[in-house]
Design a protein around this ligand. Sequence first.
Ligand code: SF4
Length: 319
Amino acid sequence: MFSSYRYSKSLRGVGGMRDFITREKAGELAEKLSAAGVDSVHIGGGEPFINFAALCGLIEALGKRGIGIDYIETNAFWAVKESFVRRRLRRLRKLGVTTVMPSVDPFHIEFVPLGRVLLLCKLLREEGLDYFIWQERYLRRLYKLDHGRTYSHEELCEILGDDYVAATAREYGIGMNGRALEIAGGIYPKRTAQAFIKDGETCNLLSPRHCHIDLYGNVVPSGCPGLALPLDEFLAARVDRGRYPAFARLLGGGIGALYEYAAGLGFTPDGGGYATKCALCFNIRAWLNENHPSPDIAPGCFYIAMKDNKTGGKTDETL
Ligand code: SF4
């Protein structure tokens, strides 16, 4: 999957900006993927429709190399004015896109009214594009709500029950990482860092089955935001231990090896414990990012956003 967009701030916290994949980077990545035999990808974000020009540039670059688009993910925030949506869908169809995947669930409805998803689906049908809703069951459950507005977390607790966040995460099979680490904290009992290390699990970070490529050209292993490896290294299954110390250790020895590396540099674990090994992993990486940064602990904006708890933000400013 391609992530074409990421909310980003400077690593040093000076100002803020939004980064999008450039045509040059899209072309470069398409060439490498094509050479590696990749013939289709899906596109996600962030939210790829925030910058439609960048999205189209990416699709064109992939198309030039014969790489098709399985589907494009969207939260449908942009589906407000019918004529505007139709124009975009027609452009996508001309570029060879056949399928869009709108998201519906109790998390998205805090930010995007259901009516926008419904409008997008209707126009997709009318414009001859396929779609599938991720996930349909939530559409059925949320359909009874007012389609014209969003719902706060407090309102959703009343409607769906106080435990809806944990229940949805379990049901959804959400990878408990990134912002979902907070959810994991509410579900699982805390264990010490040593307990996770003793489990001795390794992490299959080079699996080609499902991985993401971010807008900077780094591979983000599935379910491990904040870890990054340049596409060339990933394709060659080559991880330089000196240049990518965290990635190499996780790959070779799992969380235990990462812990050993960080402890040797001065990291001390949280005495309160961790809900999951990924929570421990994140804590170690966040510490390394501040104290011993390396290019595999990236992008910096992820760690800043996690710290500030500001990964969301308004998304409909381009309308
Ligand atoms: S422990 Fe770290 S590398 Fe392993 S799956 Fe969790 S986040 Fe990914």
